[in-house]
Design a binder for this molecule. Structure first.
Ligand SMILES: Cc1cc2nc3c(=O)[nH]c(=O)nc-3n(C[C@H](O)[C@H](O)[C@H](O)COP(=O)(O)O)c2cc1C
Length: 181
């Protein structure tokens, strides 16, 4: 598959199979994330992989109750990953402040996308999850309260037949132009 094929193939998965994910494959996803570029090579991220079934159930129970229950489909996912932002390098933080751009969030976005694309190549589905009870997740995973969990990723094998329709993206002429805004 070319990279473009892979990107076209990836869709958010909200329907997972009851099948464990091999550690070896998770390690490949982490390796892809590890090699992501970041401002000043700051690497301001930490991935906590939850593949222990009981802990994962506790995590999902905590993360997706009440107003967060729209994401309870994650309970089907055999693996959940919590992505935490760590303090970046001084230079990256200064640059970020002067530019008024949160470089660390860009960095984490790239690392997570490396992760999900590697997963896709391995036949694994993912869904980025931004809507969850962060305080409850921290408590289950012993993450200090002062840390920030920017995103969760649900990971697992899936049934491609059950995926939604097309990507529904804007056409290229609505999102890009050459030589002028
Ligand atoms: C930062 C971010 C947060 C997201 N949060 C959620 C979420 O909480 N629940 C969910 O079902 N999908 C979530 N998604 C998935 C998007 O809804 C999905 O990527 C988008 O609709 C495009 O669909 P596709 O991924 O199938 O191409 C999130 C995606 C991103 C990038």
């Amino acid at each position: 598959m070319t990279l473009l094929d892979l990107v076209r193939h990836r869709k958010s998965v909200r329907n997972f199979l009851d099948r464990p994910v091999e550690r070896e494959k998770i390690m490949m996803c982490l390796e892809a994330a590890r090699l992501a570029p970041s401002a000043c090579n700051s690497q301001p991220w930490r991935f906590i992989v939850v593949d222990d079934g009981q802990l994962k159930n506790r995590l999902c129970q905590a993360a997706f109750s009440g107003i967060y229950s729209m994401n309870s489909f994650c309970k089907m996912a055999p693996v959940m990953v919590a992505v935490i932002s760590e303090k970046g390098k001084f230079l990256a933080r200064i640059g970020s402040m002067f530019r008024g751009t949160k470089f660390y969030l860009i960095d984490i976005g790239i690392a997570c996308e490396h992760f999900v694309l590697q997963a896709e190549e391995l036949g694994l589905g993912t869904c980025w999850i931004g809507w969850f009870n962060e305080r409850a997740v921290k408590s289950v995973l012993n993450i200090p309260q002062e840390k920030k969990i920017d995103i969760l990723i649900a990971l697992g094998y899936y049934d491609r037949e059950k995926l939604g329709p097309d990507h529904g993206r804007k056409p290229i002429d609505k999102m890009a132009s050459f030589n002028s805004y």
